[in-house]
Design a protein around this ligand. Sequence first.
Ligand code: GLU
Length: 448
Amino acid sequence: MDVSAHIEAVYEDIRRRNPGEGEFHQAAHEVLHAIGPVLRAHPEYSRARIVERLCEPERQLIFRVAWVDDQGTVQVNRGFRVEFNSALGPYKGGLRFHPSVNLGIVKFLGFEQIFKNALTGMAIGGGKGGADFDPKGRSDGEIMRFCQAFMTELYRHLGEHTDVPAGDIGVGGREIGYLFGQYKRITNRYEAGVLTGKPVGWGGSHARTEATGYGAVYFAQEMLATRGHDFDGRRVVVSGSGNVAVYAVEKVHALGGRVVACSDSSGYLVDEDGIDLDLLKEVKEVRRARISAYAEAKPTARFSARGSVFDVPCEIALPCATQNELTRQDAVALVKNGVLAVAEGANMPCTPEAVEVFRGARTLFGPGKAANAGGVATSALEMQQNASRDSWTFERTEDRLATIMRQVHAQCRATAETYGDDADDYVLGANTAGFLRVAEAMMAQGVV
Ligand code: GLU
C-alpha cells in the first residue's frame, strides 16, 4: 500500500473505532497529514505498524468519583487517565477538571502530549487525565474532598517511574497539593516526583507556574526573529485569563510589547493602556471572579460579553484559552488586521480551517505542541530536581526553559526543511520531529 493510502486507512480506522471523539480525530488528522514524507523515508515504520500503535493508547482508565458536597449531597463524577505512550519515559501530562471533559477530549490531549513531550527532548512519555467535575463555585472543602476521592482511585496507576500527572484547566497548585496529600496518605510514601506543578517550598519547581505562558512568548519571539521582528512596541492579544494567559501577558510586557486584550468564557476585555497584570491576577487568582470585575475596577477598560477577542486589532495573537476557540472567521479578522504571528499557548486552540487561513496568508503559526511545550518541559525539570533532592533558583530554571524553547523552535524549522520545502511550516516540523523521536524509541523497544 502506498503511504497516502496507508495514512487514509489508519485515519478511517481511528474514526470507526473511536466514534464520537471529534477532538481526538482532529488531533490525529493533524499528525497523520504531516508525517507522510517521514513515512516515505522510513518504510520500516510502516512495516512495524508504528502509526497504528501510536494511535492506540497503551492503557485507558475510566473510573467513578463519588464525593459529598457541602450540603451533604452525594455527587458522582467521571474520572479519566489515558496512558498513551511510554516509549520515551513515564506517562506525563496534566489533569483537567472541567464539565466538558470526556474520553475524546482526554485522548486528544494525551495524543498531543506524546509529540509535545518528545519535542522537548526530555525523558517523558505522553498521557492525560481529568474529570467532568466543575470547580466553578465550589468551596475549598469541596475541592479538597473531590481531589481526595479522585486520587483514591488514581493512585494505584501512578508512580514517579510510571505515570506523573500535573495540572491543566481547573487544576493548579491548590489541587495538586490536595492530590499529593492523598497520594502520600494512601501509599505512605513521600514520593515528590509523582506529581508536578507542586507549590514551591515542598518539591515544586521555580518557574513551573509561569512556564507555559513564558514559553509560548519565547517561541513567538523566535518565530518573529526569523523575519527581523520582536515584541518591542507591538500590540498583542492574549485569549484566556488562566495560568497560561496571565504569564504570557507578563512576559510580553517584560519584552516591551503591550497586551491590549484578554478573555474568559464570559467575554473579553480591552484595555488600551495595556492589561494591568496585578489587577488581572487579583481578579482571577485571588478573587476567582469573572473578567468583567477587571473592567469595573479600571475605567480605561471595556468588557464585552459578545463578539470575539480576536476582532481586536493586533500584530501578535496568543490563543491561551482552550481547544477550537479560534475559528476561521477569527483567523480572517486577524489576517485582515495585519497579524504577524500566532502562537498557541493552549492545546489546539485554532480550528483546522483557521490554520489554513494562516497558512494561506503566510502568517507565522506556532502549533501548541511546540509553542506550549514549555510547561511540560519545566515539569520534567521539576522531576529532575525531585530525583536529585535539589531545588534550583528561578533564574537557573527559567534559563533552561528559554534554552529548551529555542531548541524546540530550531528543531521545528530544521525538520520542516528536511521533510518539506518550507522552514516556516511549523506544523510539519513539530509533528515530524516529535513523531521521529517516538518512532525511533518504539522501533528499538520492539513490539510491545
Ligand atoms: N497540561 C500541561 C500541558 O498541556 C502540562 C502537562 C505537564 O506538565 O505534565 O502540556
